[in-house]
Design a protein around this ligand. Structure first.
Ligand SMILES: N[C@@H](CCC(=O)N[C@@H](CS)C(=O)NCC(=O)O)C(=O)O
Length: 118
């Protein structure tokens, strides 16, 4: 089972690399404004998780620079579990005035970012 998942993961990464979506390019000042907002966001992910790949592709299409953390590694794994509430990726952490919101579900994350930065 582990081997099958590992192989499928490599295939997903390979196809994602070959068919990488075009990154949206904005004027520098406009991108800077968006970067100022997204600097308060973090995505917890696994590199080869299909739902995480879906979110990363959407970030690229939208030209969003959001830091991604590998939730298989500590301390990120423990932070996601204890602060987010469950060990599930992808998860978008949004920090606002010292308060953190943890958004699970790839479709919800993509929909939220699409709406915010469209
Ligand atoms: N419906 C969720 C599914 C996410 C999901 O199943 N993620 C898997 C990784 S591909 C996960 O976090 N599993 C828990 C674990 O590996 O501990 C979404 O669309 O984001």
């Amino acid at each position: 089972m582990f081997v099958i998942r590992w192989v499928l993961g490599r295939i997903i990464l390979f196809l994602n690399f070959i068919f990488a979506p075009k990154k949206l390019k904005r004027p520098i000042a406009e991108q800077q404004k968006i970067d100022d907002v997204t600097k308060n966001m973090t995505i917890y992910e696994y590199k080869a998780c299909p739902f995480c790949v879906k979110v990363r592709r959407s970030l690229r299409r939208q030209g969003l620079n959001i830091v991604t953390l590998d939730a298989k590694q500590e301390p990120h794994k423990n932070t996601l579990l204890t602060e987010g509430g469950k060990l599930q990726v992808p998860c978008l952490k949004i920090e606002d005035e010292g308060k953190a919101t943890w958004m699970y579900e790839s479709s919800e994350i993509i929909g939220f970012l699409d709406k915010k930065f469209a």
